[in-house]
Design a protein around this ligand. Structure first.
Ligand SMILES: [Zn+2]
Length: 128
């Protein structure tokens, strides 16, 4: 078998290919979840290859995984913006902020400009 079977979409257990010819016309193959408490299976198909393809074909799940990855990237970007703001306004920098001095080589207004640009980038990424 060249193609690996994906885990069960319902219980995440392994699945295996089964001879389902007992269900009717032979030859017939289906993929069944190995979990005895889960009854997920494909219909009976003429070849093992078709059964594997049917089991593994999950366009909705793949679209959701892609969307989740995109949302996680957006979340990470917003976290970076928040971390920079928290870092800039931490006690360690308060005196320098109050006195208009440089922090890590930049004045506070320059830091705010950089953080603002990061926030704008993050908002563009999120479709705002
Ligand atoms: Zn299952």
């Amino acid at each position: 078998m060249s193609e690996e079977l994906k885990e069960c979409p319902f219980c995440r257990e392994k699945a295996s290919i089964q001879d389902c010819s007992y269900l009717g016309s032979a030859p017939a193959w289906c993929v069944m979840c190995d979990n005895p408490k889960c009854f997920a299976y494909t219909e009976a198909l003429k070849t093992k290859k078709e059964a594997v393809e049917r089991w593994n074909n999950r366009p909705a799940e793949e679209a959701l995984q892609k969307r989740i990855a995109g949302l996680e990237a957006e979340r990470d970007h917003f976290r970076e913006v928040a971390k920079k703001l928290v870092w800039l306004y931490s006690d360690e920098h308060q005196e320098r902020l109050d006195n208009g001095l440089r922090i890590d080589g930049f004045y506070s207004h320059e830091w705010l400009g950089m953080i603002l640009n990061m926030a704008r980038e993050a908002l563009e990424g999120s479709g705002e």
